[in-house]
Design a protein around this ligand. Structure first.
Ligand code: ADP
Ligand code: GLC
Length: 486
């Protein structure tokens, strides 16, 4: 069985800022079911450190700088059937709140050290510091873990390990860029600072380290795998990605239906399923009540659960707000992030208190209640590597209205007449990233709403979709196997 170390900065349910956590939380069980032997490596953030039990010390980790201390611990985390390694370095990780930034949202000045050490710890495990378990594959997620690929590569050159690495891009737009003078603190051989290494226009790029040094690269949908090879979405790395296209795979994320099914979700007002969606009406009424909106079954509720950031296309929603209002819809927004976007939705809610309501912050339970109670989830992202919220919308019968980009286009089928007739339509998809195209999709949603029989038919098709983890996990395992045999 291939032993694979999953390296991630986030882990649902303990620490989450976005979809990365959901993926990292769901993968271990899926990989086990697909015949691999996964373990996890995560930084010792307070939420993780506090939850760790049955812990034992594995080994100290030597720091490439002078002050501080770090050690690898092994233990168990609730909800995970596999042992977990925690990089315990209180000076670096024992900070409240977000893993990457302080309370004011400013990235920590020592992020290069914090995440270089995560990569270094992964390489130590690949070298066998835990005599009881040594990975064949190190699988690193996003830039935070990108240096794991560089460190494993360096260890291999020194003949300290035979392990290979896989790097998954969850979002190419976040790259982990640092000033060149930080390179000396990363613990890497000087040759790694090169155009064929992690140098990126005179800076250090953790993302590029992953892309350059991994033995295989994956990203989270087939379409995004193509998009990132173009200048438009390549974030300056498209040349490298085209060069490595032979080892680049687009593998669509799955949904953990143990958590995201209206059938057995106890965070929502009533249970329902594809065969009997009547409980959804109770969820909708409860949601309207919770948000202080008129409890009316006959108007469509549009829901947004989102990081508030440029990526998510929310300015389109603001620009076309009047269309939604004039057509009589209700809109509920749960978001955290950009203060200006938050304020704009706050103003809109103040102007239209009977139709728009907003909550600020991260609230896992409320997110479930929004998917369950909404008729439509809005995901008009400018770009979207995979997107999970549209998949959760499908599961809960909230038809996704999405921009045809990345994983959104791979997972939602527009309600055209043909797809409606064929029973394959599951939502609303617009092509151009313009307010006008978005408006037209909104109009299609209202048009379908006015024909309840058809709405019910599309909702049934949506709820019947299955994006389980089995297929993705199998593909990862195939990649691991092919690398460990090479
Ligand atoms: P991204 O990772 O780019 O933010 P995804 O669609 O992959 O986008 O995943 C977003 C995840 O974060 C989903 O689980 C979604 O429910 C959750 N989420 C986003 N914003 C919030 C919020 N404000 N409160 C609770 N959950 C949120
Ligand atoms: C990133 C992407 C999102 C994807 C998630 C999990 O946060 O923005 O599209 O679903 O990672 O892979």
């Amino acid at each position: 069985m291939t032993r694979v170390l999953q390296v991630s900065a986030e882990l649902f349910p303990l620490l989450k800022t976005g979809g990365l956590a959901d993926v990292a939380g769901a993968l271990p069980a899926a990989l086990m079911a697909a015949g691999a032997e996964p373990r996890l490596l995560v930084p010792g953030f307070p939420a993780i450190r506090d939850a760790l039990n049955h812990e034992c010390a594995v080994a100290p980790v030597a720091l490439p700088w002078s002050e501080g201390r770090a050690a690898l611990l092994r233990g168990r985390l609730p909800g995970f059937d596999v042992p977990v390694y925690v990089l315990d370095a209180p000076g670096l990780f024992d900070r409240p709140g977000n893993p990457y930034a302080d309370a004011a949202g400013v990235a920590y000045a020592d992020n290069h050290r914090r995440f270089a050490l995560l990569g270094l710890a992964a390489a130590r495990l690949a070298e066998g510091v835990d005599p009881s378990w040594r990975p064949d594959i190190v699988h690193a997620h996003d830039w935070h873990a990108g240096l794991a690929c560089a460190h494993v590569n360096a260890s291999r050159s020194r003949r300290r390990t035979e392990a290979r690495s896989v790097f998954t891009v969850h979002n190419l737009a976040y790259q982990g860029l640092f000033a060149a003078d930080k390179f000396s603190e990363l613990g890497l051989p000087p040759t790694h600072y090169a155009v064929e290494g992690l140098e990126f226009y005179g800076q250090v790029s953790f993302m590029k380290a992953g892309l350059q040094f991994a033995d295989a690269i994956t990203t989270v949908s087939p379409t995004y795998a193509k998009e990132i090879q173009t200048a438009e979405q390549g974030c300056g790395l498209d040349g490298l990605l085209r060069h490595r296209a032979g080892v680049l795979h687009g593998i669509l994320n799955g949904v953990d239906y143990g958590i995201w099914s209206p059938e057995n979700d106890h965070a929502i007002a009533a249970r329902f399923h594809v065969g009997d969606a009547s409980g959804k009406a109770a969820c909708k009424a409860a949601l309207q009540r919770e948000f202080g909106l008129p409890v009316t079954p006959d108007v469509p509720v549009f829901g947004i659960v989102s990081r508030l950031t440029e990526q998510k296309g929310l300015p389109l929603v603001l620009e076309a707000l009047n269309d939604l209002i004039d057509a009589g819809g209700q809109l509920v927004i749960l978001g955290s992030g950009d203060a200006r976007l938050d304020a704009a939705f706050g103003d809109a809610a103040a102007r239209h208190p009977a139709q728009i309501a907003r909550r600020t912050g991260m609230d896992e339970g409320l997110a479930h209640r929004i998917y369950a109670g909404s008729d439509v989830v809005l995901v008009p992202s400018r770009f979207e590597p995979c997107g999970l919220t549209q998949l959760y919308g499908l599961s809960y019968g909230a038809l996704p209205l999405v921009h045809r980009v990345g994983g959104l286009g791979d997972t939602v089928v527009d309600t055209t007449l043909e797809d409606l007739a064929a029973g394959t339509a599951t939502g609303f998809v617009f092509n151009a990233f313009t307010a006008d195209a978005y408006r037209r999709a909104l109009r299609r949603a209202f048009a379908l709403w006015s024909r309840p029989e058809y709405w019910a038919r599309v909702r049934k098709a949506a709820m019947g979709q299955r994006f389980g983890w089995d297929e993705a996990a199998q593909r990862y395992v195939e990649i691991y196997r092919s690398l460990s045999q090479s």
